[in-house]
Design a protein around this ligand. Sequence first.
Ligand code: 4YB
Length: 466
Amino acid sequence: MDITFSTWPWQHWAKERPSAVALSFGEQQFSWAELAERVEEYAQGLVEKGLKRDQLVAVVAPNSVSVIWLLLAVLRTGARFVGLNPRLSQQELSSQLAQLECDFIWHPAKSHLEQESTFKLPPRLQLLPPQTTRMVPVTWQATRAATLTMTSGSTGQPKAVVHSAQSHLASAAGLLNWMKFDADDSWLLSLPLFHISGMAIVWRWLYRGAQMAVEPLQDLPRALSKVTHASLVPTQLQRLLEKNDVSTLSLKRVLLGGAVIPVSLTERAKSVGIECWCGYGMTEMASTVTAKLADNSAGVGAVLPNRELMLKDGEVWVKGKTLGLGYYRNRTVFPFSEQTWFATKDLACWRDEELFILGRKDNMFISGGENIQPEEIEKVLLAHPKVNQAFVLPVDDTEYGQRPVAIVATSSELDASLSDELAGYMMQQMMGLCRPVKYLALPAHLSTGGIKISRKQLAEWLAKQS
Ligand code: 4YB
């Protein structure tokens, strides 16, 4: 049975287990009682600065403890929280802020926004203790709009997905039904809060009343040495296993997701004692939809509790308690209808009651009359021992219409000899039309920032080559 909260989850835990550790960063720790008291103070401070229920606060910052205080305090006032990537260009940020029509903004004191912004920002909020001791007159209502999370898809303008506390908690409850996360376990806030994968960590922590650790992520091995749980994208785990001695890790289990998860990666992690869970999910469904304990198959497991999934003409359609309230535009929530299904644009199939993701409908292209699904080619490339990341994109071709080009991150430099090696390998693995006509090295400037490399940016970069 899922827990239903009759008050703010932090207040629930402050009553149930007041002195248990809730939040840690560096050497500092807050118990649930201390945390609940702080959230009340900061919320009252925000109200004194003019924040009202249903208003929207944009937080443009990397993960930090301040961002957690803001999220909880904003929720406590009945207002809404949206995290934005601090690495967006000025142009991207101004366009996202304009689309969202935020009432307030928060960014760290030394942020470049302080000096450089070339456009008018909404008024800046501060996290301050209150002048008075009044109570914030808003009560817990799990169904209200609480957070907005940006999702970009592979093309086009990012959309803001609205979630209530209820949909986040339903997502957490379903996952934790399968993946053990006890009250004395600690989940590292290992992915950005402006992405659903980071936001979902917060709600699992709040649902379980366990611990969450906020640590600088530049030194991931160090941060991971202090916790039992983490969410990682496959490339993070790959780097960790490649470069570091993992013997000091206290990690019990890792939830992977966001992109294709190679079996070779989870096998390697298992051999050093890290239990991996494979997930498949999306922003609209408050993160994970299907999951499994990693095994020797490349599927993404079965449908978690509180979600429903069906395939229609090979495409994944989803619905359930974890589906968001809708997309947000012009100060309005455009609702996802509760009865109808949400079409994900992901192509998949069932095999032995397990879901296998085949790629995105909108990535497919046609070469010599054949449908080419880039993700199929990427999977084969990823199975080569020297390939760490792989993207396949189409380039125009007078004879074939389009042909595949591979953009790869490799463990040794991609010189002519490695290109030949990859071409020889693909010759044995795939039919002619699926073999990339060229191999290019993944440019470093595209592999930083958000949690995913944008295919749109890759295509723009590719158009400028040759
Ligand atoms: C996949 C995919 C997969 C998504 N194979 N394509 O808490 C978690 O579930 C978590 C843990 C660690 C890392 C990430 C996560 C996530 O939330 C990921 C959710 C996500 O990526 N959301 S998104 O809106 O940015 O993108 C959704 C799309 O990503 C899907 O529609 C798929 O196309 C793709 N994707 N998991 C292959 N396992």
